[in-house]
Design a protein around this ligand. Structure first.
Ligand code: SF4
Length: 419
């Protein structure tokens, strides 16, 4: 690993819970339904995060645990069975039903795996019922996707076919572009997990080479490995360098000639660097502090430091998987400070002491920091924006240059003085 300093901190994490990931997962797999087993708070969170769908039947909902359930006066398992059957009678098009656990369902110990098992026996052939936890107890919002994918893995058929498997949700257009690059390189069989339909799961086996698109899929990666797949070591496809190394790692693993890879990637790299230049001008030399939330913090810091010239004060990350992150940490400047976990008061003190130009953080901390005159960027935006791949590097940089430009407009005197 590089000379980065790795530290740990403990305390409650100021992060969104895993239910948030339903927002992008339900768009990805339109034949699936996500039924949160939770409280009214959970229902509010998921509705406001996903927005209200006016023209379409929603593909997520909440089975609300009432006071009687929480007090143990009703059999929550029976209640849930009833809710699921009503839902499926009304929505026969649902092919996969995810029962998503929450803090309340975990606290009163509803055994969602048992409910799912019984429903699978009763509803065999009609729908597949799975369960995972989206609870906010000690988990972060991106771990919701990790849990959902892990729940799907036992259903993946076996295969001995040589293939590249892209793992982690990407915007469809970005995914199409990346697959077309791999096809041009000569990798014909490229599949994605999660697939675009929950019933079209890719097969897996010893000839499957997994290329992770997202850094927060620790459990998924482990389970895929247990199924015999090989995880390709690579940084993540954020920025020109990260995306180039990511594609090159897959090409190496398939024995593709370097000159062929260069001939396809070089024009993309030149175009992307040109598009990146105006953002580099704005970002270069600016101080960046990343508070822990999405688990994307290390790849983002690597991109913003190495390609955009930002000075990294601190990289906070809720969890640090040293294996998956090794290639990223190796690319960081040697004096970087990475802090795993969170003690929010101490972290905020360090933010104030270092006077950063930009703080990447959760929505809960953004408003107070903005009120103190510190520009912020919500880390949750990174999972809703198409930021992966060489072509997307300038869009990714723009997410960070925009708040600085807005800050300049709102503080014209300060800008003139500091310039
Ligand atoms: S799962 Fe927990 S953290 Fe998430 S909305 Fe429900 S109660 Fe809140």
């Amino acid at each position: 690993m590089s000379g980065a300093t790795l530290l740990k901190e403990s305390g409650p994490k100021e992060v969104f819970c895993g239910l948030t990931s339903i927002v992008w997962l339900h768009r990805r797999m339109p034949d699936a339904f996500f039924l949160v087993v939770g409280s009214r708070t959970c229902a509010h969170l998921i509705q406001s995060a996903a927005g209200v769908m006016i023209f379409a039947e929603p593909r997520f909902g909440t089975a609300i645990l009432e006071e009687r359930d929480l007090a143990g006066l009703a059999d929550a398992h029976d209640e849930l069975n009833r809710v699921v059957k009503n839902l499926l009678a009304r929505r026969p098009e649902i092919k996969t039903l995810f029962l998503v656990g929450s803090c309340p369902s975990e606290v009163i110990k509803i055994d969602l795996s048992r409910v799912a098992e019984n429903l699978n026996i009763e509803l065999k052939g009609q729908v597949t019922v799975l369960n995972y936890s989206g609870s906010g107890i000690e988990t972060t919002f991106t771990q919701g996707e990790d849990g959902a994918l892990k729940a799907l893995i036992p259903l993946m058929p076996k295969s001995d076919q040589k293939k590249l498997l892209l793992v982690g949700t990407l915007a469809n257009a970005v995914e199409d572009r990346l697959i077309s690059i791999f096809n041009r390189l000569g990798i014909d069989k490229v599949e994605s997990f999660p697939p675009r339909q929950s019933t079209e799961l890719p097969s897996i086996g010893p000839e499957t080479k997994v290329l992770l698109t997202q850094p927060y899929l620790t459990d998924t990666a482990r389970e895929l490995k247990n199924k015999g797949a090989e995880i390709i070591d690579a940084p993540f496809p954020l920025g020109v360098t990260g995306s180039t190394l990511w594609i090159q790692a897959a090409a190496n693993s398939f024995g593709i000639d370097k000159s062929k890879v260069d001939s396809i990637l070089n024009p993309l790299i030149s175009r992307a660097k040109e598009a990146l230049a105006p953002h580099v001008e704005k970002l270069s030399g600016k101080k960046l502090f990343l508070l822990p939330e999405s688990q994307l913090e290390i790849p983002l810091a690597r991109f913003l430091s190495n390609e955009c010239g930002m000075e990294i004060v601190e990289i906070g990350t809720p969890y640090l998987n040293r294996d998956l992150m090794k290639a990223e940490i190796d690319l960081l400047p040697p004096d970087c400070r990475i802090v795993e976990g969170q003690h929010v008061e101490k972290q905020l003190d360090r933010v104030r002491d270092s006077s950063p130009d930009l703080v990447v953080c959760g929505m809960g901390l953004a408003n107070p920091l903005e009120a103190e005159g510190i520009s912020t960027k919500w880390s949750i935006e990174m999972v809703f924006s198409p930021i992966h791949g060489i072509d997307q590097a300038s869009d990714l940089a723009e997410l960070f240059s925009r708040p600085l430009r807005r800050h300049d407009i709102l503080n014209p005197t300060k800008t003139l003085t500091s310039n």
